[in-house]
Design a protein around this ligand. Sequence first.
Ligand SMILES: Cc1ncc(COP(=O)(O)O)c(C=O)c1O
Length: 426
Amino acid sequence: LQLDQASLTELKQLETKLLSEYGEFNSAGLNLDLTRGKPSAEQLGLSNALLGGLHDDFLSEDGTDTRNYGGLAGIPDARRMGAELLSLTPAQVMAGDNSSLTVMYQTFLFSYLFGPGDNSKPWQSENAKFLCFVPGYDRHFSICEEFGVEMVNVPMTDTGPDMDQVEALVREDNSIKGMWCVPKYSNPTGVTYSDETVQRLAKLGQMAPKNFRIFWDNAYAVHDIANVTQPLANLMEYCKQFGTEDSVFLFASTSKISFAGAGISFLGASEKNLTWFQSHYGILSIGPNKVNQLRHSRFFPTLESLKGHMQKHAEFLRPRFACALEHLKMNFANSDLVVWEEPEGGYFISVDTRPGLAKQIVAMAADVGVKLTPAGATFPYRRDPQDRNIRLAPSVPTLEQVDEAMKVFVNCTKLASVREAISSKR
Ligand SMILES: Cc1ncc(COP(=O)(O)O)c(C=O)c1O
């Protein structure tokens, strides 16, 4: 379907057909939801055995009684798991409570109030700005917004952020104090950063001020949907080469591995940065939930066992993603209506419509009972300058529901696009 080449008569015929289909959806009384980037109940069920007791053995491998206070950095068993997820040494990793987003917020807060690392200036004293790669993860952007840290958009490409822009901005503007990265199966584009991108990011610490930090949120480190895994270069190894180990904070969690509300989180950093973090974190906590850490360490004794578990997740996710992608392909391949990336992991499909239509499409779908993530949510301040990005999340609905919801999405997208083409030809 090429709208730019269609005649006005053809477009009007198409509009009539699409409108009648839309009317049918309207009378069907649908109640579907493609907004939730979280595991389905079946996926959560894969980890139920974790809830079994610890069989009266509450000691971690170094003999710590996990039921008691203390152990700010987490138990060694769990720190090793985090180290494997983040490709670091256990000494470079803290294991924490149930949310990496909370740890990101805390790291940001401490950096803002006290400066990231010893003897570095607090961000609050320097009108800090952050680079945000777009489209991206709304909750990262909300943290910046909460602190009044100005966000500067940099577009994503199919190898990660546009690194020429990133380097130019960091070089020219000392008030840029960091950036948010989702390096593997990025939320929402699904892109994994190329080796060159990782290398160039690691080098930024050489040209940035001392209180600059990359927030490396590897939320989807082992979350393959396809049968192959996308390789991700080792950020800290490159940092070591460039002497920039202190310029990065790394994050991960088991949220989409075990339980999204009751997993464990990880903070990775140079040992110097970890000591700095603990100097503040130790004021707000006596130690994390080590019982839950031990449960996880017993449930996933090796990285291989964890990867095997992730294959079971993939079996639930694969048909849902395949279904959504098939609708896009069948309807929009070689069209001038939408472009999208085919993700090989993560939880999202990112779709770009013709400019100016995303809000309208989301509203039209909502009117017939299909909830889509609000247009703009994937941009800082919820403002998509081109109003064209829509994030689809097919993990929670059943396959039949994904199928039905995608029919509506396709119809609304075509209808909005055809109408726009008609009005531009008039
Ligand atoms: C990129 C990214 N980071 C972090 C999170 C949340 O992680 P956690 O559950 O560990 O707080 C999500 C959840 O969707 C995410 O997409």
